[in-house]
Design a protein around this ligand. Structure first.
Ligand code: ZN
Length: 201
């Protein structure tokens, strides 16, 4: 006779909605949770809820913060004249890990993708232009994933800010086309950032 529990079924169903977790892994995790102490399970659950409820968006760069401006925007040692524009927060974290970029960031929230219904107005270009108008930024380093949409968005950005006289650079072609920044190795990414080139208008 099959033994089943609607609580177990529900846990497996929710866990298997997570990226990279299929039904088999979900079931393994669910059984592991059953074996954990009640206090450990509670702490895990609270950590997940806090992640969603307590993390906010930095009003300056659009990156994550624990309330108010993020630690990078608030760091007086970060160069203010260079701004690295990334698609998502996870790209910011990957670039931070290389340790070669000492400027600040702007998280766009994605790339222009007409097929997915994403236009410039859905991304934080307005905020980017505001930051440039505020002055002090001399160079933008575009660090989008090397995709057709990433390249098109980089071109859009360089045209958008042309008037302001800010230099727009992109990473050297160290990353293979279609590769994601998130999965690039740190050394390759560091070289791509150091060897950056200006985007032709
Ligand atoms: Zn910030």
């Amino acid at each position: 006779m099959a033994v089943s529990s609607r609580y177990l079924d529900a846990a497996v169903r929710e866990l298997s909605r997570l990226p990279g977790i299929g039904p088999k892994s979900a079931s393994r995790v669910a059984f592991h949770l059953l074996k954990m102490s009640p206090s450990d399970v509670r702490r895990l659950a609270e950590t997940i809820v806090d992640l969603k409820e307590k993390i906010s968006t930095c009003p300056v760069c659009g990156g994550i913060s624990d309330g108010g401006n993020c630690s990078i925007c608030e760091d007086p040692d970060r160069e203010r004249k260079v701004l690295c524009v990334v698609e998502e927060q996870k790209d910011l974290l990957t670039i931070e890990k290389t340790g070669v970029f000492r400027g600040r960031y702007h998280v766009l929230g994605g790339v222009i993708s007409p097929l997915d219904g994403v236009g410039p107005e859905d991304l934080s270009f307005g905020k980017l232009v505001e930051r440039l108008r505020a002055g002090g930024i001399l160079e933008i380093l575009v660090a989008f994933n090397p995709t057709v949409e990433g390249d098109a968005t980089a071109l859009y950005l360089s045209r958008l800010v042309k008037e302001s006289g800010v230099k727009v650079m992109r990473m050297a072609r160290g990353l293979p086309v279609g590769a994601e920044i998130e999965y690039a190795d740190s050394a390759t990414l560091a070289t791509s950032i150091s060897d950056r080139v200006e985007i032709g208008q």
